[in-house]
Design a protein around this ligand. Sequence first.
Ligand code: UDP
Ligand code: MG
Length: 325
Amino acid sequence: MPATALAIVLPAYNEEAVLPISLPRLEKLLDQMITDRLITQASRLIFVDDGSKDRTWAMIEAAQAAHPRVTGVKLSRNFGHQRALLAGLATAAPYFDAIISIDVDLQDDINAIPKMVRAFQAGSDVVYGVRNDRHTDTAFKRGTASLFYGLMNKLGVRMIPNSADFRLLSQRALQTLLQFPEENLFLRAMVPLVGFPSSTVAYARLPRPAGTSKYPLRKMLAFATDGITSFSSEPIHLVMDAGFLFVFIGLAAFIYSLVQHGRGRVVPGWTSLFCSLWIIGGALMIAISVLGEYIGKIYTEVKRRPRYIIETETVTATLPVRQEE
Ligand code: UDP
Ligand code: MG
């Protein structure tokens, strides 16, 4: 089996506390895999600085001067995890056989990386890292995560349960993914749409070694809503079903009051008026907001703005032009 030219793409946002811990571990892993002839000398670590305000980029530059296989991509501002990741992937795509994405905090176990490469060499175009153990996440994060994966499943969005953005893509799988033009990125649900042979590698999720999570509850919720509305119009159907139910209830109440009227009894009106006004008003507002959500999505999509902007990039300069093709 010939060795693989591997890129490991790591989005980093204000990670000066984590980099000194992650860097040596990643360099060691890369060197070891080269010694084992699993990957080629042309393999690289690609750090994507997502507009950090701290010393992250300075640290990446220093690491690059010290280690020949460290490279970086610097975005012009903060674009968010998904877009930073895409920027790194798109930069790497032309030059590598396989591209692994992983968070720079190494909460995902890097010992799964050689296993992913072997699975790739055995014929998988996509190798999903799957967390088999999340005991280091809080019960709350575990609960909300399982709720989210269950909901997405119900809505008909195919996702690999407990897989996040730690995965290997072959060059052709990545090139295919890059043809997806959407502005609202939700990579973990987009990758299964690419197809090609795939497999999974199990690993245990570790605690963050330093620094703080950039995904507080508010961002997590926004991310989840984004995922649902980018991939399913099921919420619109739910609103429609609810609308039919409400009309049915209204009609039933109307018939009931007519019958009562025929018997000479007038149904006192205040309660029913008050309740229906508020319930229908609320339901309409929900319905409008759901529509608004999708219209907002369409609006951002049709603008076709660049999904990321690269300020500087040191990946291509350090690579020899590939001989094989
Ligand atoms: N990240 C990024 N841009 C952002 C936020 C986060 O590139 O705007 C990176 C961050 O540096 C990390 C990864 O995305 O490598 C995941 O973020 P984090 O570890 O904070 O999320 P969690 O693991 O807590 O979900
Ligand atoms: Mg993390």
